[in-house]
Design a protein around this ligand. Sequence first.
Ligand code: HEM
Length: 178
Amino acid sequence: MAYLHLTPGVLYLLGAPLQLSYRFRSRHYTFHRRRGRVLVGAAMISGVFALIFGSLFSYGGLPEASAAVVFGLWFLTCLVLAVRAIRRDDIVHHRRWMIRAFAIGIGIGTTRIWLALFGMAGLDFASSFGPAFWISFSLHVVAAELWLRAFPNPPELANEPPDATSSPRPAAAAEAAG
Ligand code: HEM
């Protein structure tokens, strides 16, 4: 079960930065879309198994399991809302939800830093997992919100007002422009 979480999770984490890169995305929107569907599928599988794995077999007991459920559900919600947004051509919210999802995905790296810090402070390994999960993922949720506050719009719509909600997809706009 761990591999059903880890393998698609690694695929998503390796693939997401290229999706988030404006330089790459703006030159290859069709590729972004196709690749994005694979990555969203991988992220969803990983997220569902994070929920099952994290809640049923958590090494750090209830504190870790509760964090796995809360942030696992948040991760899946962000992905679903990102896909729903782009389905209605809402690029602004597609980007916002994808950034929130990615922030959770990379949060697992920060848990390792906290585990090391708690270890140095003398806390036993298993008891460190719950606090490390809660602190790390919460910090990543906050960091994503601060990032989105600083950069509310994608470069595609940099000149739009901050509350712009929807805009023609680049492909559609290009077609319309001939
Ligand atoms: C990990 C990050 C991302 C993933 C996994 C992802 C995934 C996807 C997917 C699956 C679609 C196609 C939806 C469909 O047609 O069924 C899509 C389309 C699109 N995404 Fe993303 N996306 C990501 C980040 C971003 C970001 C940061 C932006 C910035 C604005 C963006 C802009 C777009 C645009 C403009 C389209 C429509 C492209 C077109 O018109 O052909 N995406 N993305």
